[in-house]
Design a protein around this ligand. Structure first.
Ligand code: NAD
Length: 270
């Protein structure tokens, strides 16, 4: 098997849709065996079928897990190690944006708690069990396999920018992902475990498009994006591939923005 992830094992959460779907396919194209994790098992199985039709030599496992439950995350990582003997790439990507998440005055506590449970605690658990697995990775120098690995945590551009269209819990959870990832990167750097955050800009995936359901809502955001369009999930998947592969071997603790320029903009072109 050739490719930028040849002989490696990757686990992707939220593998049934959007960024997770495109990244799983791309990781498979680059030679990784992929564990497809989603709370929606049907969606994860559909991703497995797409990969099987395109890359019959790649092995996948589709498994149901709620990343907001520690036991589920542990079981998914255990499955990767039992089936494939190692874990090289952990893409903690699953997340939610709750329609009732609003400003400080109106957001209900249970919406805050649910958002934190999935978007922040879920990433912590993903990191915890990935680190434990990556420490034990068998080495095979002839195949370029080492202990350690690459952890990628999906944050968001809203972790860096404030918005007058608030989703307070979501924003706070993603800020937590950035801070936590940086600290993990430093703590585990000498174990060969790299930890980076991916900060996508606004994308054309169900997560955002279900929410921006009128032209006015879309335009309210697009005016702030220098490129004047929403991003595609595949454009984030390509950045995830870079962080997953050895091409980024000296990159750790980064807040990697892939956002059409939104975090660099003051006044955008008309
Ligand atoms: P999506 O809604 O298209 O896909 C998310 C997937 O995660 C779905 O398949 C869903 O079933 C799964 N999922 C949801 N809750 C889960 C849970 N508790 N456990 C396991 N799986 C779960 O979303 P997307 O746009 O691909 O977003 C992926 C990540 O990117 C999220 O963390 C999101 O916050 C982040 N992000 C998205 C955008 C955007 O504009 N779409 C921008 C910045 C960051």
């Amino acid at each position: 098997m050739v490719g930028r992830l040849a002989n490696k094992v990757a686990l992707v959460t939220g593998a049934g849709s959007g960024i997770g779907l495109e990244s799983s396919i791309l990781f498979a194209q680059e030679g990784a065996n992929v564990v497809l994790v989603d709370i929606n098992l049907d969606a994860a199985e559909k991703t497995a079928k797409i990969i099987a039709s395109k890359y019959p030599n790649v092995r996948t496992i589709a498994t149901k897990a709620d990343v907001g439950k520690e036991a589920d995350v542990k079981a998914a990582v255990d499955k990767a190690v039992q089936e494939f003997g190692r874990l090289d790439v952990m893409f903690n990507n699953a997340g939610i944006m709750h329609p009732k998440d609003d400003d400080a005055l109106t957001t209900e506590e249970h919406i805050w708690d649910l958002t934190m449970q999935i978007n922040l605690k879920g990433v912590w658990w993903g990191c915890k069990y990935a680190i434990l697995a990556m420490r034990n990775n068998p080495t095979d120098e002839s195949k370029g396999l080492h202990t350690g690995g690459s952890i990628i945590n999906t944050a968001s551009f809203v972790a860096i920018l404030g918005a007058a269209t608030p989703q307070l819990a979501y924003t706070a959870s993603k800020g937590g992902v950035l801070a936590m990832s940086r600290e993990l990167a430093v703590v585990h750097a000498r174990e060969g475990i790299r930890v980076n955050s991916l900060c996508p800009g606004p994308l054309k995936t169900p997560l955002l498009m279900d929410f921006l359901d009128t032209p006015e809502k879309k335009e309210r955001r697009l005016v702030h994006v220098p490129m004047g369009r929403f991003g595609e999930a595949i454009e984030i998947a390509k950045a995830a591939l870079f962080l997953a592969s050895d091409d980024s071997s000296y990159v750790t603790g980064a807040d990697f923005t892939v956002d059409g320029g939104i975090t660099s903009a003051y006044v955008t072109p008309i």
